[in-house]
Structure formats: C-alpha cells, structure tokens
Design a protein. Sequence first.
Length: 225
Amino acid sequence: MGFVFIFLYLLIVVLVIEISVIAFVLTGLEKEVARYQAISMLTGTGFTTDESQLIIDHPVRRRISMFLILFGAFSLAVIISAISNILSDDLRLTELMVISGVLFVIFIVGKTPLTKKHLEHRFQYEMKKNLDISELPIKEALFLNEDDLVTDIVVDENTRLDGEKVKNVFEQGQDANLLFIKRGEVNIREDLAEETIEAGDKLYVYGNRQVIEKLTQETEPDAPH
C-alpha cells in the first residue's frame, strides 16, 4: 500500500506541474520554458537562468511560482514521511485518490480552448491592473503584433554601419527606431540623430522585424572586391 501511496502522490506532483505549465503558457511563456521553470521551482533546485527573469517580472507568474515553491517543500516532507512509514496502513489512499482525480479534472479542463481563452484574458487583465507600463516586461509593453521586435545590433569593424550617422541609417518614415546606443559602459540617448556609429557599438532597436533584419545584414562585413 505504501508504494501505491507514493505512486498516487507522484501523480499529484506531475499533475500540479502540468497545470502550472498550462497557466504559465496562458501568460505568454513558451511551453518548454514554462515546464523547465515549473520543475525547477517545485524541486527547489535554485537553478538560475536568464529565463527566470520572465517569472519575476510578471505578477501572475510570481503567484504561480510561490505556490510551486511551497508545494515542492511540502511534497518533499510528505514523500520522506511516506517512505519512513512504508509499512503503515494509515496512508489515506482514498483521500489521495480523490485529490488525484480532482487535479486530473482541472488538468483536462485547463486544456480546453474555452478555458484557455478565459484564463488568458483574465491574466492579461491582472497584468494591466497590477503593473505600470514601466514595470512590464519588454514583450508585453512594446510587442504590438507578431512583426514587432526589440533587439540589439552589434556593429563590427569594416561594416556598412561603421562610421555612418544615425540619421542616415534610421531614416524618417522607416519602421525601425533606435532607442539608444551602448558604447562601452555608456548609454547614449541624447542627440542620437547626429551621433556617428562606431565599431563596437551596440544599437538597441525597436520596430518591424523585416526592417531590423535588413539593418542586421548591413552589420556583416563588406564582400571583398
């Protein structure tokens, strides 16, 4: 019976992870990232990646992560207790089966398109209600449609952008805007139009993906004559 208890509890853990993944995905997180972060938080491994910032910057994701961290700590205690009492009859299998069934139903309901649409709308509402635009992740604040992009362009020596004036590269009416230039430890934002681009500069650009990709191509070295 002890092994049945452990199996049922591990099933609960798996369902909690999958339900959390669904919730993370509905907030705009990629599925692979969502599952990795959910397992990391639930197991308390403390494995830090750049992707963890996506959780911290989002109010709904932070709530989900707090639940996973607490549930993970509780689960570890329960599993250790179960193993130490593996021969005990008081394992409350009925209660565990009910919990497993409820979580399985939540998991199935969470996969339905109607539920996804409702929760996605709800999460977006919570995001706008709780955060000022200055606190929003870049993707949420600036990505207006699938063709918008925020990225950085590194300027190498002997490329077409090296030595060019900003106003000649980012022409008026072009759907690409230079936010600022990072030159070493300095961020240049003032009088950008008259600034001359130098090798080693990192240009932070916002605009249409195709236009920015064209600019990125111009950072490639000129073909030999």
